[in-house]
Design a protein around this ligand. Structure first.
Ligand SMILES: Cc1cc2nc3c(=O)[nH]c(=O)nc-3n(C[C@H](O)[C@H](O)[C@H](O)COP(=O)(O)OP(=O)(O)OC[C@H]3O[C@@H](n4cnc5c(N)ncnc54)[C@H](O)[C@@H]3O)c2cc1C
Length: 390
């Protein structure tokens, strides 16, 4: 097969890129190693920056988001005795939307299939070749087991942290920065109406807790847990009791309900450079990972895809290769800004070890955010999303 852009991965980065290219009249083929059911059900992020929402609308995939997404105009920061609301429109004139990654992916897969451009699910043995030539290619076995070879002008590696794209860049040309956190998040999805109108980020001596939601009848909640903890040690009753303790606030009650899903996710910050090697361009988790505290992972993947789509469109539109040549540096500036924000939110809210001095610093920072407009504005503008070309 021959196409203009070969895209590896049908996560948010690959699907957004494919749709933006399709809208610009540029052909692509997407190859994905999981099934459609699997990618559409993979429970992950749920907070969309305003820029992500505007982009999805502009791309023509915002109808269901507009009907079912929940606009949130702020978050609550909490520590014992205080629950403080940050009002985003007042602080920075922007908002965020609650709409699950599962729903974003479903909308994008449907739009891709409507566009008639190829999307291969359940491929095996994906490999990239000839990256340092002007005819790079991707090989794979399709779902029938037939060997396929895809020649392209360029390859977009949108295949997440465990994909094949990043490792295809020679180790001598790669540099990585990494921070593993000594805790993870135990996340539950519960059939329970949210006990809050907006997300609660709670600092507590027992560990961080968060109350989020997916819809008016489904809540998503998280507890900081040690990396050595087993899911089996957390009965539903224990989870609800610990959530009630950590999220507890005078006059407020947590609504409980059947737990539909639970899992433990480790937390990591990771950036790999370069994001471009010859004809291979990385986007999203293939190149960087952030801990979920700042709600940036999905939004960063979408931002990379937008920058890359604009750069590819410019080069086909005879506006030259400047944007393509600048893609890696432009994307990385924003990636590092979001990496810092996610690390900062994580460090401020999670309990690490038994250091009373560190805890006082965290509380001082939380009180500063609740009393200084400048401090609150900084959080608001990062949380709701920086411009793509930042
Ligand atoms: C358990 C979990 C919970 C998360 N929670 C949050 C959250 O609460 N908030 C937040 O902002 N972010 C969260 N994230 C991060 C967010 O989901 C990711 O940043 C986002 O999915 C990145 O999108 P992506 O398209 O770059 O990568 P992915 O979504 O990982 O998509 C990559 C795609 O490539 C496919 N693929 C991989 N290898 C190959 C191959 N060899 N050949 C073909 N296809 C391949 C994969 O199957 C996948 O579909 C979470 C991540 C995880 C893992």
């Amino acid at each position: 097969m021959r196409t203009q852009v070969a895209i590896i991965g049908a996560g948010p980065a690959g699907l957004v890129l494919g749709q933006l290219l399709s809208n610009a009249g540029i052909e692509s083929v997407i190859v994905e190693n999981r099934s459609r059911d699997y990618v559409e059900a993979r429970l992950r992020a749920g907070v969309l920056e305003q820029g992500t929402v505007e982009l999805l609308r502009d791309m023509g995939v915002g109808q269901r988001l507009d009907r079912e997404g929940l606009r949130h105009d702020g978050i609550y920061l909490q520590w014992p005795g205080t629950r403080h609301h940050l009002d985003f429109p007042d602080l920075c004139g922007r908002s965020v939307w609650i709409y699950g990654q599962t729903e974003v992916v479903k909308d994008l897969v449907a739009a891709r299939l409507d566009s008639g451009q190829p999307l291969y699910f359940e491929v095996v043995d994906t490999a990239v070749h000839d990256l340092d030539t002007d005819r790079p290619s991707v090989t794979f076995l399709d779902s029938d087991g037939t060997a396929q070879r895809l020649d392209a002008d360029l390859i977009a590696g949108c295949d997440g942290f465990h994909g094949v794209s990043r490792p295809a860049i020679p180790a001598s040309a790669r540099h990585t920065w990494e921070r593993d956190y000594p805790y993870g998040w135990l996340g539950i999805l519960a059939e329970a109406p949210p006990s809050t109108d907006e997300l609660i980020y709670a600092w507590h001596p027992n560990g961080f807790a968060m109350h989020s939601m997916r819809s008016p009848s489904i809540s998503r909640l998280y507890l900081q847990v040690g990396l050595d903890e087993e899911l089996d040690d957390w009965s539903d009753d224990r989870i609800w009791a610990e959530l009630s303790t950590r999220l507890g606030h005078e006059g407020w009650e947590l609504t409980t309900g059947p737990i539909l899903d639970k899992g433990i996710t480790p937390m990591r910050s990771f950036v790999s450079e370069p994001m471009r090697y010859g004809g291979l361009f990385l986007a999203g988790d293939a190149s960087h990972i952030v801990p979920p505290t700042g709600a940036k992972g999905l939004n960063l993947a979408v931002a990379d895809a937008k920058l890359l789509a604009d750069a590819i469109s410019a080069s086909y539109g005879r506006r030259g290769h400047d944007l393509l040549d600048a893609y890696a540096q432009t994307a990385l500036r924003r990636v590092w800004r979001c990496t810092h924000f996610s690390w900062w939110m994580t460090s401020m809210l999670h309990i690490e070890g038994d250091d009373p001095f560190a805890r006082q610093l965290q509380l001082a920072q939380l009180r500063y955010l609740s009393t200084s407009r400048a401090a609150a504005q900084s959080l608001a503008e990062n949380y709701t999303g920086l411009p793509y070309g930042w």
